[in-house]
Write a new protein. Structure first.
Length: 492
């Protein structure tokens, strides 16, 4: 299967624009999911290293520092320079991402392109964040300032390592914060390379720091650190609860969470093109090997087209090419690690035992790595385990429904609320569903391939709170300060 095609350049902690071994001297392996072999050893950060990184970030955020006194427009210039460097090294970064994560090389290239667009978007916002003059009662002048929060801890997942880091790093830099980033222990390599580009772009020391390590040590140290002013996390609901608890027990730091999902995609019989709906549902579930928080993991199909939809979905799943993610024609790589592989296989067995029909797939591919055939279940009932739990793998579940009211109620019957979609040619029906589903993003006649930097992304309920991307995200990284000046006389 896949062999490393790229040399790993950075394996240490990045603090104050310098590379450091961990205080403990420990390292941990990062694994190639194509064959289960060690790619390299990476410095393992823990509380002592987080303390060093936070101290560097604090120093960079001090009043009078190069970062705090920098013109907002100059921050935009630096962010654009970072985007230029990512574009320059696009091929290398994509290969590094495929090596560490296992996603097909074309998808990794797309992730790099998306990251560039996000940096460009927030570079443009830097000198456009401003307050208001407020006509308060009395002889006063009152205005507001939007100031950076301070030292920001960011903990990102393994499914989109570069892109998820970008979604957090770009707005934090745009608004003038300093950062301590912990990449997922499964996929630390692209974040470390990003750190080298931050330094090359000319950001002052201490503005951006990267501490690879494990969640219970490095991640917990960030979440509970008394000098971290805000923490942003993308990952599981279980860990999201722990992070919010740690924030509350420490300094009541601000928290934003982007957590799991069990997102419904609803296909009505009046959809203009059933082939397009099937193709979209296929990509929305099997993209990134199903390892996507907003995957369309519950596909509801109106009963009059149900059998046809299932048949077409099965045919498409069987055609999906599984294999070496460095091969340009491969669409489907391995799952991230043994733990995720075992969880997915267990849930596939659960689906079969509870009476859903496994139409195709669901078997291991090869004898090395963590490859799973794309699986399609029909006849899925709402109370089945596969219908309720976030599988985070290539397992499509197709449900049957009769009425608009019924499907809205069933789609909302979940603890999650990240996203949803609907296919129909009836705009009134589309808006009824879009307005009726409790989810942070709703897509009509499309799905998560429509995510763009200009539109907000985030969840309802246990899918988290706060928004990534768009102008809305800037609120996560700024504090509003009211300044009031006594005047001898006020004039309108």
């Amino acid at each position: 299967m896949a062999k490393p095609k790229v040399a790993v350049k950075f394996q240490k902690l990045f603090i104050n624009n310098e590379w450091h071994d961990s205080v403990s001297g420990k390292t941990f392996p990062t694994i190639n999911p194509c064959d289960g072999q060690v790619i390299c050893e990476v410095a393992e950060g823990d509380k002592a290293d987080v303390d060093k990184a936070v101290a560097a970030a604090e120093e960079a955020f001090k009043l009078g520092s190069a970062w705090r006194t920098m013109d907002a427009s100059k921050r935009g210039v630096l962010i654009n320079k970072l985007a230029d460097l990512i574009k320059r090294d696009k091929d290398y970064i994509a290969q590094l991402e495929t090596l560490d994560n296992g996603k097909p090389i074309g998808d990794a290239e797309g992730d790099v392109d998306e990251s560039i667009s996000v940096y460009r978007y927030y570079a443009g916002w830097c000198d456009k964040i401003h307050g208001k003059t407020i006509p308060i009662d009395g002889s006063y002048l009152c205005f507001t300032r939007h100031e950076p929060v301070g030292v920001v801890g960011q903990i990102v997942p393994w499914n989109y390592p570069l892109a998820m880091a970008t979604w957090k790093v770009a707005p934090a830099l745009c608004t003038g914060n300093t950062i301590v980033l912990k990449p997922a222990e499964q996929t630390p390599l692209s974040a470390l390379y990003l750190a080298s580009l931050v330094a090359e772009a000319g950001f002052p020391p201490g503005v951006f720091n990267v501490i690879p390590g494990y969640g219970p040590t490095a991640g917990a140290a960030i979440a509970s650190h008394p000098k971290v002013d805000k923490v942003a996390f993308t990952g599981s609901c279980e860990v999201g609860h722990l992070i919010q608890q740690a924030a509350g027990k420490s300094n009541l730091k601000r928290v934003t969470l982007e957590l799991g999902g069990k997102s419904p995609l609803i296909v009505f019989a009046d959809t203009a093109d059933i082939k397009q709906a099937v193709s979209c549902a296929h990509r929305a579930l099997f993209g990134n090997m199903g390892q996507c928080c907003c995957a369309a993991s519950r596909t509801f199909v109106e009963e009059s087209i149900y059998d046809e939809f299932v048949q077409m979905s099965v045919a498409m799943a069987r055609m999906r090419k599984v294999g070496d993610p460095f091969e340009p024609t491969v669409e489907h790589g391995p799952q991230i690690d043994q733990e995720q592989f075992d969880k997915i296989m267990s849930l596939i067995e659960s689906g079969k035992k509870e009476g859903a029909k496994l139409e195709c797939g669901g078997n291991r591919v090869g004898d090395k790595g963590y490859f799973i055939e794309p699986a399609v279940f029909s006849g899925v009932k709402d109370d089945m385990k596969i219908a309720k739990e976030e599988i985070f793998g290539p397992v499509m579940q197709i449900f049957k429904f009769k009425t608009v009211e019924e499907v809205i109620e069933r789609a909302n019957d979940t603890t999650f609320g990240l996203a949803g979609g609907v296919f129909t040619s009836n705009i009134e029906k589309a808006l009824m569903v879009a307005n009726g589903l409790r989810a942070g993003s709703m897509w009509i006649n499309c799905f998560n391939d429509a995510v763009r930097p200009q539109a907000p992304f985030g969840g309802f309920k246990e899918s988290g709170f706060g928004r990534e991307l768009s102008e809305y995200c800037l609120d996560n990284y700024t504090e509003v300060k009211a300044v009031t000046i006594k005047l001898p006389q006020k004039n309108s």
